[in-house]
Design a protein around this ligand. Structure first.
Ligand code: PEP
Length: 250
């Protein structure tokens, strides 16, 4: 049974004080039944976030991790380090990591292996650029991101995977894929997984949509049959907006 999930990608925003304030605000609000809520503070604030949210059902995830467990990788953070501060979920493959830090599908496959080896849950992001959509190659592009970054895992590993389809042209731009465009791609993703694995895997995985989801468009997007929630950037930084999105499932 797939889950409804709303995850806030805080990116490189909020120092310790702002993180505590936002978490206190979120923790004070009632959560709807049956929706998993995840927040992703920066590395420096993960430990205080897991402590601040103890006793709450809101989960804490990291925005990235390195594919090695330890070693001479100055400035990097490993899965074991994340787990040691109570973080068991990680976002991998966000378009900003792919674009600004050169993360390829091959590197992401290694990160996926490292996170799975730690028993972590992965929110695996992918999506096409505007050019791909204009050329009509967006389905092929998404298929290759999935097959090169993820389709080496075993069928049983899919229990640890959440997918986040994020068309790059809709991230932080105010431009949203229409609910129909989101549904069309999510349906394609499920069919692609079904061909590579099985219908049970395809139907069991949660597929989030990300890209300028706001309180005023979340309900329509989440109302589509193959959209199981959202990965939210800008709107996750305001507790009121984020909670309106969390409450947008009908
Ligand atoms: C994101 O960065 O994952 C994202 C979806 O951002 P925004 O909601 O701001 O478009």
């Amino acid at each position: 049974m797939r889950k409804k999930i709303v995850a806030g990608n805080w990116k490189m925003n909020n120092d310790l004080g702002a993180t505590r304030e936002l978490l206190t605000d979120l923790k004070s609000r009632a959560l709807p039944e049956g929706v998993e809520v995840i927040v992703t503070p920066t590395f420096t604030n993960l430990h205080s976030a897991t402590e601040a949210l103890s006793g709450s059902s809101i989960k804490v995830a990291a925005q990235n991790m390195h594919h090695s467990e330890s070693g001479a990788y100055t400035g990097e953070i490993s899965g074991t380090m994340l787990k040691s501060v109570g973080v068991n979920t990680v976002i991998l493959g966000h378009s900003e990591r792919r674009a600004y830090f050169g993360e390829s599908n091959a590197l992401l496959a290694e990160k996926v292996n490292a996170a799975l080896a730690q028993g972590m849950t992965i929110i695996f992001c992918f999506g096409e650029e505007l050019d791909d959509r204009k050329k009509g190659s967006h389905f092929d592009l998404v298929k290759s991101q999935l097959s090169e970054g993820l389709f080496h895992i075993s069928e049983s590993d899919w229990g640890k995977i959440v997918l986040a389809y994020e068309p790059v042209w809709a991230i932080g731009t105010g431009e949203t894929a229409s609910p129909e465009q989101a549904q069309e791609m999510h349906d394609f993703i499920r069919r692609t997984i079904s061909e590579a694995y099985s219908d049970a895997v395809a139907q069991g995985v949660s597929i989030l949509y990300g890209g300028s989801v706001k309180p005023n468009n979340a309900a329509e997007i989440f109302g589509k049959p193959d959209v199981d929630g959202g990965l939210i950037g800008g709107a996750s930084l305001k507790a009121h907006d984020f909670m309106q999105i969390v409450n947008a499932f009908s």
